[in-house]
Each structure stands twice: as C-alpha cells, then as structure tokens.
Design a protein around this ligand. Structure first.
Ligand code: NAP
Length: 351
C-alpha cells in the first residue's frame, strides 16, 4: 500500500551498472534495457562481458567500458560520466581461496573509488549491492529465534577472527559507502540492498559459472554425495535486479533493504533440482541428508528456517518474491542451457 505513495521517476540520463558481466549485473542491464534506458557498464575483461551485446536493445543502448578495475582510482570516471544513477554491483564474490587482500581490499577500496567518482561527477542516486553477509553472520551471538531485519549487522571483529573474508568485505564496503554518503557535500542519495544467496536463471550466454550457481552444481553432478543439513536463505536474481531498478526509480534513499525469498532446507532444494534435470542426470542428485549440521552462523538448527522480515522490500520497492521452486528450477535449466553441469567448471579465481 505504502508503495503507491512513493513517487517513481524514470531517470532520463544513462544509468551506470558496475560489474555488468556478473550474474546479478547482467540481469540489472537486461531489465534496464527492457525499460528503455541507455546503460553504461564496466568490466575488467571485454571477453567476459561480450555476451551482454546479445541482449535485446544492447547494440543501440549499451556501452561497455573495458579494463575497469575496482583497485584503480579514477578508473570508473568515464563510465559514470553523464550518469545521474549508478548501480554498484561489482565486488569479488567467492569463498574458496579467498584472503583479506583478494576479497576485502577490492571491495572496500573499490567502493571508495566508485563512490568518489560519483561524488566528483555529481551523481544523484547510488544503489549499492551489499549482502545478508553484512546482516546476520554472527556465529550464534544472536538468539536463534531472532527475526532478522535491516537493523542487524554482522559483527566485523568476529568475521575477522573467523577469517570470513567475503562477509567482512561486504560489511566494510557497506560501512564505507554509508560514511561517504553522510558527508554534507555528497551529491547522491544511497540505498543499500541486502540480497541473500541469489538463485534463478543466468542470462543466456553467461560464460562463467558464478559462485551462487556453484551452490547447486554439486547436486547436479553428484559430487556432493549427501544433501547439506542446512536451511539457507535464498532469493531470485530477477527480484534482486528489479529491486535495484526500483530503488533507482523511486523516491527512496538512506535505507538498507533486506531481499530474501525463502529459507528452505536443502532437502527441498535437492528435490527441485532433481525434478529440473533430464532423466539421465536425475540419479546423480544425492537423496541422503547429512547427519552433520553445517556451521551455525545464524538462525535456529535445521529444519527450522531462519526468521526474517522483508516487508520493507515489499512496501518500498513493490517486490513480490518468486518461490524457491521457481528460482531453483530456472537456475538449473539455465545452467544446462549455458553448458554448466560439473563442479570442475567452477573457477573461483576467475570471479
Ligand atoms: N550471488 C549471490 O548469491 C550474492 C548474494 C549477495 C550479494 N551478492 C553481491 O552481488 C554482487 C554481484 O555478485 P554476482 O553473484 O553477480 O557475482 P559475479 O557473477 O561473480 O560478478 C561479480 C562482478 O564483480 C566484478 N568484479 C569483481 N572483482 C572486480 C575487480 N577487482 N574490479 C572490477 N570488477 C570486479 C566482476 O567483473 P569482471 O570480472 O567482468 O571485471 C563481475 O562482474 C556482488 O556485490 C556480491 O557480493 C551476491
């Protein structure tokens, strides 16, 4: 209801999406092109982003800026120039083989670089992709029955102690962004989105097996052996991308907004994977649930779900979340369509 009272104005200048080659960034671009916008996007690798030019409208309205690295000050200036709106999705996302230097430094220095360009160039609206990694990863420090909201923060000291570099990268990058946005001379309003593990379809032609898709591939090729004994929060990539666009279009600013579509046990997820696979692959999906519980980083022990409140996303951004069944089945189908069937195709160092 409240959403009807929030005015929605389509930006008339181009919109910049950092990290357009990524699983989420590509969906933001696809939806922006469908809404009729001109889009600028950044990548380090022209090859990795080439598939974006097949999106409808891309040849007329998408400009890809290559060789743009989060670690190079000023390297986003050309892409952000002329844009009043920036969706900052680029950030390294992987766990295996990560370190403070590989994950935290590019996320934090990169946010500083991107937002410095936004300040210098007079950007009016920034939407930053943070994560529930910045909200609820507390290793049991918060009671299991707690209902998570955007008021919660993962404790940075504990993440450092646990060497959870990815989640630390999201907390510190987000804190950097809030600090910069509160400078009285800052020209932009900031909205921070907090998606959880993102499932749903890849854009056709995505050439890399991204980290959240890799969460399912071990079930598809049988390498996992047993179903994880865990309830994980998940969300559909199309809902996350739409939330980025709505946060850019609407008269919002200053909020953190949690994006979660469900908290299924992975036995349910494995069932949907099996249903989505062709007959000859169904037998690879494990059927036995592991007796070992996954590491307790948030929420109650499975099969109890993690509790959360996403009413701000529904009210402020008018998001209606896709079901777990939809996001799992569409992700599996798109992985098959894009040629991803094996865990060996996942290369974290390419992210
Ligand atoms: N997928 C999830 O489950 C999930 C959940 C919560 C939050 N998020 C957040 O959503 C965002 C997108 O994630 P994703 O799943 O789409 O990951 P992804 O497919 O791995 O994409 C990551 C993007 O970040 C860019 N990037 C990484 N390091 C960079 C660097 N040093 N310089 C410039 N660009 C760099 C990559 O661009 P190039 O390689 O083309 O340069 C790529 O486009 C990230 O901020 C991530 O933390 C993801």
């Amino acid at each position: 209801m409240i959403s009807r009272l929030i005015s929605r104005v389509m930006p008339s200048s181009p919109i910049c999406v950092t990290g357009g080659s990524g699983f989420l960034g590509s969906w933001c671009i696809k939806l922006l092109l469908e809404d009729g916008h001109t889009v600028h996007t950044t990548t380090r690798s022209a090859k990795k982003a080439a598939y974006l030019m097949n999106l409808p409208g891309a040849s007329e309205r998408l400009k890809v800026f290559e060789g743009v690295d989060l670690l190079s000050p000023g390297s986003f200036d050309d892409a952000i120039g002329g844009c009043e709106t920036v969706l900052h999705t680029a950030s390294p996302f992987y766990m295996k083989g990560g370190s403070e230097d590989k994950l935290v430094k590019p996320a934090v220095d990169g946010t500083q670089n991107v937002l410095s360009s936004c300040q210098k160039l007079g950007v009016k609206k920034v939407v930053l992709t943070s994560s529930t990694g910045s909200v609820y990863v507390n290793y049991g420090a918060v009671p299991a029955k707690h209902v998570y909201t955007a008021d919660d923060w993962s404790p940075a000291d504990l993440l450092r102690e646990k060497e959870n570099w990815y989640c630390l990268s999201k907390v510190l990058a987000e804190q950097t962004a809030w600090k910069m946005s509160k400078d009285p001379a800052c020209p932009f309003k900031l909205t921070v989105l907090l998606p959880t593990l993102i499932l749903g379809p890849m854009v056709p032609g995505q050439p890399h097996l991204n980290t959240s898709a890799s969460a399912l591939v071990g079930y598809m090729d049988g390498s996992l052996g047993e179903i994880e004994n865990a309830c994980k929060t998940v969300v559909d990539v199309r809902d996350v991308a739409r939330a980025h666009l709505e946060a850019a279009y609407r008269e919002v600013g200053g909020e953190r907004i949690l994006l979660i579509g469900g908290s299924p046990h992975f036995q349910e997820v494995a069932g949907y994977i099996k249903e989505a696979l062709p007959e000859e692959m169904k037998g690879r999906v494990p059927s036995k649930v592991s007796e070992t519980l996954g590491p307790a980083v948030m929420g109650p022990a499975p099969p109890q779900p993690v509790l959360y409140d996403v009413s701000p996303a529904e009210k402020l951004l008018d998001i209606r979340f896709n079901s777990v069944e939809t996001m799992v089945k569409t992700m599996v189908q798109s992985m098959l369509d894009n040629g991803f069937k094996s865990s060996e195709q996942y290369v974290p160092s390419n992210m």
